[in-house]
Design a protein around this ligand. Structure first.
Ligand code: EPU
Length: 436
């Protein structure tokens, strides 16, 4: 084990040993979208029939969500990339803190459980590394649909009055286009009595994916993917088979891997429209982009600095802010990145600085003066996307880096080292063994 890793990262954590400065070439395959698959798994609770979800990525978050569904009495068969879920014998309407705290996405269950069973008690997920992450909009939406909702001592209790225990359609205008709140209200309203409208809805592709699967199950949703979503409530939903969209954030991470190593690559499958703002910034940086159906060819040239502000879709995604900062740390000239979505998503800055990056942080704005080369270091990802930024910076750095924080990385990137090794990277995963 390299000495630097034992001292700096501790012998207790797994880490990736990444040899930098290698040219990559070939094709990278993109897995199914984590943030779609997680919500689709929750949406399967809306019917007692079997739902088959295909193209599910092999991630610790997905395994966590499967565990949570099993705990509330769902039948679940996981042969990734396929999952079969049947919620014909839901036992529990309660999700305690131990479960929700481990996986924020389990809060998605609130909408379906309320719609199916008429009551639910679920702990607030609380803040996380990247920010406070409130759920006020989710609660507001459920109340508008007629649910009685109370939030006390960190627990949300929601119930539907009346003998039919059915929510009632409503007109909901969000204060901010929250992805999670839009998805919660969509899942709660599909089985409501009457029509619902969501205005200022999140337009992220994962919302549209959810609406497509719900429609496949018999829901009547139109407008998803735009700012106004219309839902005609139905009495029952049915089973279906559905394929998750490709992960636009993994695809974006791979595009940046190409740019930061100055190596032409092919990335597939992608839905190019999901990556428009990212592709624009890569072009502005000097990369040539060729799109052929669901394949993107990226040919990096000299990388020049650009300015980025994170925004809701179709703006530049917050989830690629950290990875893009690694790239801009190696660009010619000055770049400015402003993080607008989360209050604490700049944790990669200090790690990049230790690799020789020249970055000044003022609040949530980073001013980056590109340097000709980053140097290897023992570094740690503090959240999912900052871990990806560390991997990217290490691929480009001079020397061999030790990247820890793999508990975060493995939440969102399936088989990242074998995918990157397949195109010429040299990455070894070290798993400390305490037995000797
Ligand atoms: N917000 C509020 N009030 C609310 C809800 C949200 O002010 O009631 C604010 C948040 O504080 C934040 C902004 O709205 O500033 C966006 O939050 P949103 O609710 O849209 O995010 P989310 O649903 O919690 C999902 C993804 C995130 C991704 C964001 C934004 C899942 C499981 N998570 O989170 O993914 O960053 O949308 O695109 O879908 C990741 O994959 O690394 C990740 C964090």
């Amino acid at each position: 084990m390299p000495v630097a890793a034992t001292i700096s990262e501790g012998i207790f954590k797994p880490y990736l040993e990444i040899e930098g400065n290698r040219c990559l070439s070939g094709k990278l395959e993109v897995s199914g979208a984590k943030n779609s698959a997680l919500v689709l798994m929750a949406a399967s609770l809306l019917t007692e029939e079997k739902v088959k979800i295909n193209n599910v990525p092999d991630l610790t978050d997905i395994h966590g969500m499967a565990e949570i569904l099993l705990k509330i009495g769902v039948k679940l068969k996981k042969t990734l990339p396929n999952i079969e879920i049947q919620a014909d014998n839901l036992k529990h309407t309660e999700l305690p803190y131990e479960l929700v705290h481990v996986l924020r996405a389990s809060f998605f269950c609130i909408g379906p459980l309320l719609a199916r069973l008429g009551k639910v008690k679920i702990s607030l997920p609380g803040g996380c590394q990247i920010g406070e992450r409130p759920v006020a909009e989710h609660v507001k939406g459920l109340k508008s649909l007629g649910a009685l909702v109370s939030v006390e001592h960190g627990v949300v209790t929601a119930s539907v009055c009346g003998s039919k225990k059915r929510l009632k359609g409503a007109h909901i205008v969000f204060d901010c286009p929250s992805v999670g709140a839009t998805e919660t209200v969509l899942m709660a309203s599909v089985l409501a009595e009457g029509n619902s409208t969501i205005e200022n809805a999140a337009q992220e592709p994962e919302v549209k994916d959810l609406a497509r699967m719900l429609n496949r199950m018999g829901a009547r949703i139109s407008g998803a993917g735009g700012p106004k979503i219309m839902i005609e409530g139905v009495k029952t939903l049915y089973g279906c088979e559905y394929k998750v969209i490709p992960d636009r954030i993994e695809a974006g991470t791979f595009l940046i891997a190409s740019a930061i190593t100055r190596s032409p690559l092919l990335i597939e499958p992608v839905i190019p429209g999901h990556l428009s703002s990212v592709l624009q910034k890569l072009k502005d940086c000097g990369c040539k982009i060729n799109i052929e159906k669901d394949v993107i060819e990226i040919i990096p040239r000299e990388i020049i600095g650009v300015d980025i502000t994170t925004q809701p879709f179709p703006g530049f995604p917050t989830d690629l802010q950290a990875p893009f900062m690694s790239l801009l740390a190696t660009a010619k000239g000055t770049s400015v990145i402003t993080e607008k979505m989360y209050e604490n998503r700049m944790q990669h800055v200090s790690e990049l600085q230790r690799m020789g990056a020249s970055i000044r942080l003022q609040g949530n704005t980073a001013v980056i003066e590109g340097v000709p080369e980053l140097s290897a270091a023992p570094i740690s990802g503090r959240d999912l996307r900052s871990s990806a930024a560390m991997v990217l910076a290490s691929l480009a750095a001079k020397g061999t880096s030790m990247v820890s924080g793999l508990n975060h990385l493995d939440r969102g990137y399936s088989e990242i080292e074998s995918k990157l090794n397949g195109i010429g990277a040299h990455i070894i995963r070290h798993q400390p063994n305490y037995n000797h």
